[in-house]
Design a protein around this ligand. Structure first.
Ligand code: DGJ
Length: 735
């Protein structure tokens, strides 16, 4: 259960559930201040009321003469700049006369049952109003007639608060918004460290941890997408925080475009952390009476270390972000022809792949890039979403029917947001390209981006994709996006509104994703952006899974999947077994290792099954039936990171079923050792008193597995090895 308590005398708001408390208060002169966020407290009696004393050189309010109360030092809920607080603000505006001051004072509040939707932005949802409550705090700038509504939704069963902000211009002048963060948290001095997820193409979501030092540390994407380089997530942890213990304050943004997370340590060691749309390239013109809605931020508190944080995110994402027919449903084991054929395929080749895959037990065939227009290579045809009947003589329906005749489903690749110079679409509509008049149009992968902020572009995409989706029996769509945005500009907007284009692009994208996912609820959609370049909570509101990385090398995937798991559950991570030598790293790993890594996500194959040996075929059949046996455990079980690939040669992770009756432990060794250490694994999360059978051989009680563990013996022999331990509860008389 969650509660929102308002103490009118003290003007204190206390949001809490069984896990967390969040306290904010209206301070002198109606300034909204932050008091506490952390483990639940039964009562807040004012211990974090900001002490009144003078700090030299600090600012004081115009209304008072004493010098012991200052915006400069206070912990704020939604700070401004220009009138006394010199730290990075949550909001920046420009009034019609060019002034930039904003003086936000508390005005009123509202408590709502449940959680309001965020207009056309994706956001967390409830299945029942009792799952959450929302506090809305209205702040006002009386002079400029600007209202800022702060939304705080506290969930009943999770240590989670969702925040967003709605800014309304109640004046009769135009207001420019130059920054509007979704959430901002001021914390008292504490020796924290920062964790973020950074990377590149082929190495997404690598974990970095660094000390906080005085000044500002900003993490952001200015690429128009959430990006391979910086995931919209940041966490503050205590120095002593590990996977299993210690405090964590985390924020993740439900957004797929430019984003920014910053951590600022001020002159007195106080910390400000915030996330929202990146201020680079952003400004929004608010006409009189217009409002702006920020994306939603998800704040998680854990006192049980990083596993505690991740398990909360995973439950939250599975229950309140991912939606639709496939939210809980098992996802089909798929085969994708990309690495098998690239652009070089015809009917015969595709049929052979389907035949061999069907024999292996694969459930879905995905036809990747190359099926449309004159798409013979990556220099042409993006935008021409019609069949190439010369290449596939039986057509898409023929391929779909063929797959179905083999008891397989059929999936198709699209890259709707893109256009090639050599395409019918570009010849007809050159004005649809995202471009700045007078400047060259920067290429990336030989392609340009369509300006999705334009309605005509969106209508074209709806119509042309509908032609395929309405007429071909399609069960799965891979929605790809293979470059970032440059020369961002829209001829449809006036000069002082060009700062809206990045965000309008994302709104256009969400309109399209909502259109297709609502219209075709039976289709399983998988997001993709050159692998995991847009792996974020925004996409997951439409598509239950995302291709984690183009890098399918099992060793590289250990870090990618481990890092991704900090926020995102296995149910969201597309993971495939590919051929060796690996196409990205040229590494040779054995099939068992590749199968074990991929089966820790939403499983599939990305290779040519017609080239497999009999022995490999037999192994793959076994891998698929193993995966089908454990699919629901992997998709919805509790995930534990037990040993990090960022720290050593071994990686260990574990899935435990909700009822604790079964578990799967994955143990990976990267390089062979001549004199290996005798490793002990311990298995947390089981029922201490129950008895478990490990790999059909040894029996242990849950508390023995958790505390004493067992040796990993015999040793794993050779480089790139995996061992899986299958753990099942058995009646206790068997001990
Ligand atoms: C990038 C994706 O990540 C790949 O899986 C593949 O679909 C290619 N694009 C196709 O162009």
């Amino acid at each position: 259960m969650s509660e929102i308590i308002y103490d009118e005398d003290k003007q204190v708001f206390h949001l809490r559930n069984q896990y967390i408390s969040y306290v904010l208060c209206v301070e002198e002169l109606a300034i909204l201040a932050h008091a506490y966020f952390g483990e639940r407290i039964s009562n807040y009696s004012g211990g974090r009321k900001y002490p009144r004393f003078e700090r030299s050189f600090s600012t004081n309010f115009a209304e008072i003469t004493h010098r012991n109360y200052s915006r400069d030092t206070l912990l704020h809920e939604y700070p401004t700049i220009g009138n006394g607080d010199f730290r990075t603000p949550a909001i920046e505006v420009e009034h019609e006369n060019g002034a930039t001051v904003l003086d936000l004072r508390y005005d009123s509040y509202e408590i709502l049952a449940g959680k309001p939707a965020l207009g056309s932005l994706p956001s967390a949802y409830l299945t029942n109003e009792k799952q959450a409550q929302t506090l809305v705090i209205y702040l006002q700038d009386q002079f400029a007639q600007v209202q800022v509504a702060l939304y705080y939704t506290i969930f009943s069963e999770l240590p989670v608060i969702c925040r967003s902000v709605k800014i309304t211009n109640n004046s009769n002048q135009v207001l420019h918004l130059n920054r509007a963060m979704s959430a901002c948290l001021d914390l008292p001095y504490q020796d924290f460290e920062i964790i973020d997820l950074n990377g590149s193409w082929g190495a997404e979501r690598q974990i970095s941890r660094q000390a906080i030092s005085p000044g500002i540390k900003t993490f952001s994407s200015t690429r128009g997408t959430s990006s391979h380089q910086q995931n919209p997530f940041v966490a503050l942890v205590e120095k002593s925080t590990t996977e299993n213990q210690g405090q964590v304050y985390a924020m993740a943004l439900i957004y797929s475009g430019n984003h920014e997370e910053f951590v600022e340590q001020d002159q007195y060691g106080q910390i400000r952390v915030a996330c929202g749309i990146a201020s680079y390239g952003f400004s929004w013109s608010l006409a009189p009476k217009a409002c702006f809605q920020t994306p939603e931020a998800v704040m998680v508190y854990s006192k049980n270390g990083l596993n505690g944080m991740s398990q909360t995110f995973h439950r939250f994402i599975n229950q309140h972000i991912v939606r639709g027919n496939y939210q809980m449903k098992s996802r089909p084991v798929l085969i994708n022809n990309w690495e098998a054929t690239y652009f070089d395929f015809d009917d015969e080749k595709i049929k052979q792949i389907i035949d061999s895959a069907a024999d292996l037990g694969v459930e879905l065939f995905v036809l990747d890039d190359g099926w449309f227009g004159q798409r013979e290579n990556d220099r042409q045809a993006l935008g021409d979403w019609f069949e190439n009947k010369e290449k596939l003589k039986i057509g898409l329906s023929g391929i779909s029917d063929y797959a179905k005749s083999k008891n397989m489903q059929f999936g198709l690749w699209f890259e709707p947001e893109m256009i090639s110079e050599n395409s019918e679409l570009y010849r007809t509509h050159p004005e649809w390209v995202m471009a700045t008049p007078g400047y060259g149009k920067t290429f990336s992968r030989n392609q340009w981006v369509l300006n999705l902020s334009r309605k005509d572009v969106r209508e074209y995409l709806k119509h042309s994709l509908d032609q395929i989706l309405e007429n071909v029996a399609i069960d799965y769509v891979k929605w790809d996006m293979n470059r970032y945005l440059t020369e961002v500009f829209s001829i449809e907007l006036s000069a002082n509104r060009q700062g809206e284009v990045y965000h309008r692009y994302v709104l256009g994208l969400y309109e399209l994703m909502a259109y297709f996912t609502n219209k075709y609820p039976q289709i399983l959609f998988e997001g993709c952006s050159g692998g995991g370049g847009r792996f974020d909570l925004g996409i997951l509101c439409y598509m239950p899974q995302i291709w984690t990385s183009d890098n399918t090398d099992a060793v590289a995937r250990l870090k990618i999947q481990y890092g991704t798991s900090l926020v995102y559950p296995a149910s969201t991570m597309g993971a495939h077994v590919s051929a060796v030598p690996n196409h990205q790293t040229h590494r040779l790993t054995n099939l068992a290792m590749r199968g074990a890594v991929a089966s820790s996500g939403m499983f599939g194959y990305e290779l040519d099954p017609t080239k497999l040996t009999d022995e490999e075929k037999e192994m793959i059949q076994k891998q698929i039936s193993f995966y089908k046996n454990y699919q629901s455990l992997i998709q919805s079980g509790t995930f534990y990171r037990l040993r990090s690939p960022f720290e050593g040669n071994e990686t260990i992770w574990l899935f435990v079923s909700e009822d604790k009756s079964q578990a799967l432990l994955f143990y990976f060794q990267v390089l062979a050792q001549a004199a290996p250490k005798l490793d002990v694994v311990k298995i947390p999360g089981l029922n201490p008193k129950e008895v478990y059978l490990v790999n059909g051989q040894d029996t242990y009680t849950g508390d023995e597995l958790a505390n004493c563990g067992f040796y990993v013996f015999p040793f794993l022999k050779g480089d790139y090895q995996a061992r899986i331990f299958e753990i099942h509860q058995i009646p206790s008389k068997n001990l």
